[in-house]
Write a protein that binds this ligand. Structure first.
Ligand code: C6P
Length: 419
């Protein structure tokens, strides 16, 4: 790949230089097994820019204090920063109200919150919850648990050989019994970008509420929850260059207001007596206990970082990376790409004839290349494609075309070795 092509001009005003970007990520400067690190495990978690690392360091050096509790300077200042992070998230996903942004531990907790709180009061025997075959376990198991408790039924929309939802089957399964539709935006094991606008509007026609699992889309695709009109949107901070242990549940205010608390504890109450407890207002009603304060502030910093580059710019660059990697990897004999949807984002899952994915992962690692191998917490997807596991290379905007060339070279070497 000609390095000249790397400085792409994606928009008239914004130019994007991947080498400048890489300077922001200290970990990308390190070596692994004496080789330059090539980090292609971004769907598992992303690396953190120095701006985010600095924000967290500065929090502990200058502000550390509990929030919403103290009259003293530090508590007031850290509360302001925490609530400022909520404002940043609100603007980033274009929520209507700040109180629609609930901080959670991650996408998993956000989905569990909706399943247990909304599900426990809105599901009855005979009702149905609709998910798809390509869901992460985090968007399967919470629904299984709540369906078992309430007597509701879990229905699953099948996917085709390309890894796309079969829309005709979705239509057949959708009915006035459907109370909740919970769908992944971008599949973490196939890369499929689902037509969520259509799914949301069709689900609303039958009166169902819709949760979008945005764990793999928030870092790649601009999100506008008002335009999408989704009822809930869940994501994890660590997939968008923020620390682990922080995530977001967006929910429409009217729905969140009517929902019972998910957990009880400090900060989620207005008053407590043994006779009666009055719950706090949104968003605090759903944020029991001391939250991940530095995580939320770090998330705010990460979103600012992404906004400075522009998600539209990121999306275009990553699309070029994905197209290039797809073209290169699909030319390697004995390699089969799993997931060939027409609309994909930023990752490639593949299997190699007669070589187990774990061997591929281990040997690539020796060349400094980090990918993920396994079922990616999507066992039903693996079963659907008749494979026990895949190798997955997932990209971020700090990856380069040259790194893809190294991956392809190393893969060819490994395949040759196993012949
Ligand atoms: N997928 C992957 O390597 P948490 O663990 O709560 O941050 O995110 C859960 C989750 C939910 N939905 C989707 C689509 C996801 O991809 C993930 C996390 C990681 O693919 C870890 S298994």
């Amino acid at each position: 790949m000609d390095p000249k092509n790397l400085e792409i001009r994606v928009e008239k005003k914004k130019s994007f230089n991947v080498y400048k970007i890489r300077e922001d990520f200290p970990i990308l400067q390190r070596k692994v097994w004496d080789k330059p690190l090539i980090y292609f495990d971004n769907a598992a978690t992303t690396q953190k820019p120095k701006q985010v690392i600095k924000t967290i360091e500065s929090f502990y050096k200058n502000l550390n204090s509990n929030i919403h509790r103290g009259v003293h300077y530090l508590s007031q200042a850290s509360t302001t920063e925490y609530e400022c992070a909520r404002k940043i998230v609100k603007v980033f996903i274009n929520a209507k109200y700040e109180e629609e942004i609930i901080f959670t531990r991650g996408a998993t907790e956000a989905i569990n919150l909706v399943a247990h709180s909304y599900g426990s009061v809105n599901l009855r025997p005979g009702d149905e919850v609709l998910i798809t075959f390509m869901e992460h376990h985090s968007n399967i198991v919470p629904w299984q648990i709540i369906c078992e408790r309430t007597g509701a039924k879990l229905k699953v929309v099948p996917i085709d050989d390309n890894g796309e939802i079969i829309i005709d089957e979705f239509e057949k399964l959708l009915s006035d019994r459907t109370k909740i539709v919970s769908v992944v935006h971008v599949s973490n094991s196939l890369g499929t970008v689902n037509p969520i606008e259509y799914i949301i509007s069709r689900s609303h026609e039958v009166g169902a509420v819709v949760l979008i699992d945005g764990a793999q889309s928030i870092q790649h695709i601009p999100i506008d929850v008002q335009k999408l009109d989704c009822d809930f949107f869940a994501f994890s901070g660590h997939k968008i260059y923020a620390p682990t242990g922080i995530g977001v549940l967006y929910g429409k205010r009217s729905l969140l207001e009517a929902m019972p608390p998910y957990q009880g504890g400090g900060d989620m109450i207005l008053s407590v007596s043994f006779e009666k407890t009055i719950y706090n207002e949104l968003p605090h009603k759903f944020e029991a206990g001391t939250p991940n304060i530095e995580g939320a502030i770090g998330l705010g910093s990460a979103i600012r970082y992404v906004q400075n580059i522009g998600l539209d710019v990121i999306y275009k660059y990553e699309k070029q990376l994905l197209d290039y990697a797809t073209e290169q990897i699909s030319q390697i004999p004995d390699v089969e790409i799993i997931g060939k949807a027409r609309n994909k984002a930023s990752l490639i899952s593949f299997v190699v004839n007669n070589v187990h994915p774990h061997d591929i992962g281990t040997l690539l690692d020796r060349d400094g290349i980090a990918i993920r191998t396994g079922h990616h917490c999507t066992e039903p997807v693996m079963r659907r494609f008749g494979v026990p596991a895949t190798s997955r290379a997932s990209f971020a905007f700090y990856n380069t075309f040259e790194e893809i060339d190294v991956l392809v070279k190393s893969l060819k070497k490994i395949i040759e070795k196993f012949k």
